[in-house]
Design a protein around this ligand. Structure first.
Ligand SMILES: NC(=O)c1ccc[n+]([C@@H]2O[C@H](COP(=O)([O-])OP(=O)(O)OC[C@H]3O[C@@H](n4cnc5c(N)ncnc54)[C@H](OP(=O)(O)O)[C@@H]3O)[C@@H](O)[C@H]2O)c1
Length: 250
């Protein structure tokens, strides 16, 4: 039975990965901070899909939490999904530097360390994959959130390039707006985001798994967002900067 470890597995995109991978017969290791919610999610998955589910409560912005997940990865898993993440409500200059650093720890340090903990075992067994959840925001300018997700994309592409020719894969997943708990947790007002721009977490995961199977290094689910990223590359940076700055902040 293949195994997968998912960070941020109790809500949104991480929970959609857990459902999809359980349906595909993976045994799972679920990581998040809220241990009660982890236990409930694990039990639901066991009952519905009949797979083995472990829980690993950990705060990935804390050294002990990160080290515990690294240890579990070194025991071996076939798929790592680095998904846990969060957004800020305020603009760059309003957010306390401690919150910005916490974001860099979760979006960059945790992704780096967990990938480095998982890859040696995967290479030894000559199979496995890492999916790093970034964002369409990686291609635009939106403070530390965008900058950290741009790091995730570049890091994933660089690692995928290093592994070219091997059977181990690394892919950055870049969703647009997805209906999850993300925006509520950040107290963002997203009432101005048009309905057509919202994606479902299950659809994002289905497209990610297709892209991973075909060996993509970067996955941007949904044609609308593929077009947005392509246009964003052609338009002058100052213009995209002005638009991204306003989105979701009314
Ligand atoms: N929703 C979107 O529109 C969107 C778009 C593009 C990219 N993304 C990215 O997709 C990923 C998942 O987001 P989501 O929308 O699914 O968010 P979500 O619904 O808010 O879920 C976040 C998950 O991460 C866990 N988590 C948060 N902080 C953590 C920490 N310090 N340590 C361990 N686990 C932690 C949460 O559980 P606990 O609170 O129990 O820890 C929860 O399971 C993020 O990386 C996000 O940046 C989201």
């Amino acid at each position: 039975m293949p195994s997968a470890l998912i960070t941020g597995a109790t809500a949104g995109i991480g929970a959609a990965f857990a459902r999809r991978l359980a349906a595909d017969g993976f045994s799972l290791v679920l990581v998040a901070r809220d241990d009660k919610r982890l236990a409930v999610s694990a039990e639901e998955l066991r009952l519905r899909y009949g797979v083995r589910v472990e829980v690993l409560p950990a705060d990935l912005t804390a050294e002990d939490g990160l080290a515990a997940v690294e240890r579990r990865l070194r025991e071996g898993v076939d798929l790592l999904v680095n998904n846990a993440g969060f957004g800020h409500r305020g603009t760059f200059l309003d957010v306390p530097v401690s919150d910005e650093l916490r974001m860099l720890k979760l979006h960059c340090e945790a992704v780096l360390r967990l990938t480095m903990a998982a890859l040696p075992g995967m290479r030894e067994r000559d199979r496995g994959a890492v999916v790093n959840v970034a964002s369409v925001a990686a291609f635009f300018t939106r403070g530390t959130y965008s900058a950290s997700k741009a790091w995730v994309v570049n890091f994933s592409r660089s690692t995928a390039a290093e592994l070219a020719g091997e059977r181990v894969r690394v892919m950055a997943l870049c969703p647009g707006f997805v209906r999850t708990e993300f925006h509520d947790r950040a107290s963002m007002d997203v009432s101005g985001i048009p309905g057509v721009l919202w994606l479902s977490a299950d659809k994002v995961v289905a497209e990610a798994m297709r892209d991973l199977a075909r060996g993509a290094w970067v996955s941007v689910p949904d044609l609308r967002y593929k077009a947005i990223v392509a246009v964003g590359r052609l338009v002058p940076g100052k213009l995209t900067g002005q638009v991204s700055r306003r989105l979701g902040r009314r």
